[in-house]
Design a protein around this ligand. Sequence first.
Ligand code: ADP
Length: 303
Amino acid sequence: MKLEPAEQPPLADNVEQASPAEVAELLRFSPGDDFSAIDTSATPGFSGDKAAGKEAQAIDHELLSDLQERLYANANAGDLRKAVLLVLQGRDTAGKGGVVKHVVGALSPHGMQVAAFGVPTEEEASHHFLWRIYRALPKFGNIGVFDRSHYEDILAVRMHKLRPPSVWLERYDTINGFEDSLTDSGIHIVKCMLTVSQEEQADRLENRLRRVDKHWKYNSGDVADRARWSEYTQAYQDVLDRTSTDDAPWYVIPADRKWYSRWAIVRLLINELQKLDLDWPLGDFDPEEELRDLKETNKQFTD
Ligand code: ADP
């Protein structure tokens, strides 16, 4: 039997962490909440420092990986028709790539599907905006991760004036309907909006410029986008207000401390998987009988 939450080893002295369900409550965005008022350096639900956060995350990885295996096993050896989809959005440098690398990298590649969405290709642009999204949805039994998503079809399109407002304004409803249909079909969506402060973003952009091994991450458009900070804040606010629904709520993740945002997202994934109440699927064989047969073959080899 693997680790269950109650059996996780305790953290260092005096460090307290909220349960996965409590973290979901703490970070959940309700329409009308003020996105700009969120403290980007806070660590809701975790009382320790970076070292304690990393330790807690390592322990959680065990649990997440166990849950992932159960999901995969039930869909592949059983008849479970469920998948989990993690959607990552946020300003440039908010840490989406780091979440993919550290959080998802800790999981088994079996049962994992990662998709990153950039400027649509010519072929993608010739289809409905959800076409490329449908094609990247996780199979039942898998955890999917979207590094950017269908929300760019509102955000990027609005901010870069790629289409008139009449086009992107109706996408809020289209996306709500689309996500409803995913939930109905068994795909649990965990939408995370990572949020950093202006100061933290400046440090991260400077770091990218000063380090040759980070240049590949730098895009000169990032500075132009940064200059429009409050316009972006409004665009995020509108997305959160209009698409944080009961079945697919947004979680706003304070992301100035990378260790915290990674810890929080792991907890949110654990929360979603625990809701599925996953046991191990039973085989369609009698293990005792199979063990007897196995022993027989062993005897045969040693004779
Ligand atoms: P990242 O910035 O996430 O590391 P890229 O450098 O590939 O990745 O940037 C992706 C870019 O693609 C972003 O500027 C994003 O706004 C843009 N993008 C993604 N989806 C769309 C879309 N549907 N329409 C227009 N631009 C998009």
